[in-house]
Design a protein around this ligand. Structure first.
Ligand code: SF4
Ligand code: SF4
Length: 111
């Protein structure tokens, strides 16, 4: 299986003390992005643009991909950015229902 390590204790989601402790102290590296689209439906990133009608970033595709992906990667490479936007993990991984759903579906398929 992949993209689950942060979810090994998904069943402990009710244990908020533990969850917050993990948020504050343990997790130093963001877990992997599973392309759930949740973040782009809440607030646009630095490169994004909010679409009021769709209530999401203008550049998010139907299948939760970023239509500016190539452009952003090219730009960040051109300025030698160390921590790149894509590949740096999930920025909204806790209490994110879409991410949990996608991981659950994936794990069910793999089981
Ligand atoms: S530009 Fe791409 S990554 Fe940024 S918010 Fe929009 S869809 Fe998401
Ligand atoms: S919320 Fe996290 S997993 Fe979902 S698209 Fe954004 S970065 Fe990726």
């Amino acid at each position: 299986m992949f993209f689950y390590d942060d979810f090994e204790d998904l069943d402990d989601i009710d244990n908020f003390d533990k969850l917050f402790e993990k948020m504050n102290n343990v997790e130093e590296q963001c877990p992997v992005c599973v392309q759930c689209g949740y973040c782009c439906k809440h607030t646009p990133c630095y490169y994004g643009k909010w679409n009021e009608e769709k209530n999401q970033c203008e550049y998010l595709t139907e299948d939760n991909k970023c239509s500016k992906y190539n452009e952003i990667v090219e730009y960040e490479n051109s300025i030698n950015l160390k921590v790149k936007m894509f590949g740096s993990g999930c920025c909204l991984n806790y209490l994110n229902p879409e991410r949990i759903k996608k991981i659950r579906e994936f794990n069910e398929k793999e089981a």
